[in-house]
Design a protein around this ligand. Sequence first.
Ligand code: DGL
Length: 276
Amino acid sequence: MDNRPIGVFDSGVGGMTVLKELMKKMPQESFVYLGDTKRFPYGSKSKQTIIELTKEGMEFLIKKNVKLIVIACGTATSQALIEVKSLYEIPIIGVLEPTTKYLEETGKTNIGIIATAGTIRSKGWEKSILEKIPSAKIQSIPCPLLASMVEEGWYDNQIAQLVINEYLKDLKPVDALVLGCTHYPLLTKVIQKQIGAGVEIINIGTYVAIETEKILKENGMIAENNFKDIATKNRDNASNLKVYLTENECKFNEVASKLIEKEIQAELVKEEIEFS
Ligand code: DGL
């Protein structure tokens, strides 16, 4: 049993799509979320920069006494997970492996991936999928504008539809489309409209939540069920959530509150760690 919170890290609001799944699956847990909004977007930055920023994020969360960290960001996972895992003793989970496991288990071979330019350039998804499914046919499409549109709250309007149409116009038929950036689940409705109802859209947060619970169980680190009102999984556990941002001149609170259907008032990171 371990009542310390779980740390969740992203460059912005995208990781909230993962947090939503974590909270649904583990209502007994509490969470500390860090959105590095000051240095958003990560998708257009170099690998070395992403490693540096991710290290700072890990150190901030470790100082908050978290028991495990979820890197709820496709870009940081594909470019910095290996490096940060080797630096810290705390368990750190990325978003690629849990999703790839699901694709393997469900026999998907014809797979589309959309993600930030940096993630696609890293070939992280391709490597991870081909390791488990060597016969997989993969189409990877970088979508550099989408994460910024989500940060702006433009995920269900005509502009979103036009941009998605443009990015996906050359996608050949697939069994599944992986939303390889955690911002993209907010665009699910418009993406599904473009690719058709028959294609499964993979929201990576679902599989990250399954993996996180598994690791906590294996290590005896599940929090004690110590909330009086935990009768259902819909229990209001927003009070067990602390959200920090490195910059608050953004629409984070608005987009995040709508997404997780709870009022979010993020706190600005102060001088606890030098975010340059
Ligand atoms: N949410 C991040 C991801 O999953 C990316 C957004 C960005 O910073 O470019 O890749």
